[in-house]
Design a binder for this molecule. Structure first.
Ligand code: AMP
Length: 416
């Protein structure tokens, strides 16, 4: 678990702003759900055999005896809210977005934290392939909005309850014949969830995977046609993608389309997927609602932030103060609060250190902040209702009446 320190907030905010602007454009509404949920929604929804639920979920029993979990991912929680609040009677689909913390007990390594932030989009109540494409496009757009250029989108279809069982059997037969060469985790997975073996990063399992049957060749007609249309939409929208027949994603609830987006750089590969998602047509029903198709995607804020930090262009920090108010003496200190309030109303950020009395110390801070203008407000100025504006670049100074200074500084900032 980690802190997001003040210096990193610019990146944290940048991710949130990009997500919000894309979500607003596509008329998604924001949702917040509790950090703590009945653990059952993840056992049922995310799936008991998944890595997240089996190994990574923080669960505990409350004093009242409820078995609760810290949210390891948002989707089951959002679907629980959709059902609980009768959103199925709203015009469908319901389009939602979110941004907030998740918890997973992971082995700490590059791109893996135990508390991290996810954002995402969910479209609940629509089965058409255009939605899958829209979710992929929005995910791609969010990353492009943050100036990621070298992105890879990997896409696959993992079928549905009609075709997947046949494929699983097929795969199981193949994997059983290779059992002794699989890693210990995969030997165990063989019984519970053989699809996950396709996702294993162990080298010996990768070799076995290369000869495994591919689900894409075993899709039923409806899944096949759905996937074909998703790819046609992607082609039409000129969204670049790679087919990855081994992409299964770790979660049980996915049906049909699944995808992941990476940055195609050494550091990007080390971090892992920046975003991932897919269709989950059974989840609403699994959690007790009506049969309702849905599709969504989630992104990892910390992974994106760590790659953003390495880019040459820092996100816009124009909100940082360009003006500093330096005061000297009791009267000016008293009047300073009112001046600051006037600048705030004019939406000009002004830094200050009202706790300091020495002009020298205040100028030191102003220099550190790299502001362009320092407002010097001494005892004489306070008596005359005047203030000095010093241009730190030019070294020049002008005196203004107090009631004119906000407008004058505004003019100067505009001309920068
Ligand atoms: P998932 O729900 O596992 O598909 O995760 C969606 C996205 O969240 C991933 O693509 C990552 O960017 C991010 N993510 C998942 N787990 C972690 C973690 N432990 N630490 C940081 N980011 C994570």
């Amino acid at each position: 678990m980690h802190d997001i320190l003040p210096d990193d907030q610019v990146y944290f905010q940048k991710v949130c702003k990009s997500v919000e602007s894309i979500a607003n454009f596509y008329t998604f509404k924001r949702i917040e759900t509790p950090l703590l949920e009945d653990a059952d929604i993840y056992y049922k929804g995310t799936g008991e055999d998944t890595e997240i639920v089996e190994k990574q979920m923080y669960t505990f029993r409350t004093k009242g005896g409820d078995h609760v979990a810290l949210r390891p991912e948002w989707t089951p929680s959002i679907v629980r809210s959709y059902i609980e609040h009768g959103m199925q009677s709203l015009p469908q689909p319901v389009k939602l977005w979110y941004y907030g913390p998740c918890f997973r007990y992971e082995r700490p390594q590059a791109g893996r934290y135990r508390q991290f932030h996810q954002f995402g989009f969910e479209v609940i109540g629509e089965a058409k392939p255009a939605i899958d494409c829209q979710i992929i496009q929005m995910s791609h757009d969010v990353l492009k909005e943050m100036r990621f250029k070298n992105l890879i989108i990997e896409v696959n279809s993992i079928g549905d309850s009609e075709c997947r069982p046949y494929f699983k059997k097929n795969l199981m037969n193949y994997l059983r014949s290779k059992r002794s060469s699989l890693c210990p985790d995969c030997q165990r997975r063989l019984k519970q969830n053989p699809l996950r073996i396709l996702d294993c990063k162990e080298e010996k399992c990768q070799r076995i995977k290369a000869g495994a049957p591919q689900i894409i060749d075993h899709l039923c007609e409806s899944c096949h046609s759905h996937f074909k249309q998703v790819l046609e939409f992607l082609d039409e929208s000129e969204i670049p993608y790679n087919l990855n027949p081994y992409l299964v994603r770790g979660l049980d609830y996915y049906t049909k389309t699944v995808f992941e987006i990476f940055e195609n750089t050494p550091q990007g590969k080390e971090q892992g997927a920046l975003m991932g998602g897919g269709r989950y047509d059974n989840l609403v029903k699994i959690l007790g609602g009506r049969n309702t198709p849905a599709c969504g995607a989630a992104g990892g804020v910390e992974r994106i932030m760590s790659l953003l930090k390495n880019k040459e262009t820092k996100p816009d920090t124009s909100k940082d103060a360009k003006v500093f108010l330096a005061q000297l003496g009791n009267l000016s200190k008293k009047k300073s609060l009112k001046i600051l309030e006037e600048f705030r109303r004019a939406k000009i950020t002004v830094a200050e250190t009202l706790s300091k009395d020495s002009l020298k110390a205040q100028f030191r801070t102003a220099n550190k902040l790299g502001v362009r203008y320092v407002l010097i407000f001494g005892q004489r100025e306070a008596l005359n209702d005047e203030i000095i504006v010093r241009d730190m670049d030019k070294g020049s100074q002008e005196v203004f009446k107090l009631d004119a200074v906000v407008a004058e500084v505004k003019k100067k900032l505009k001309n920068l």
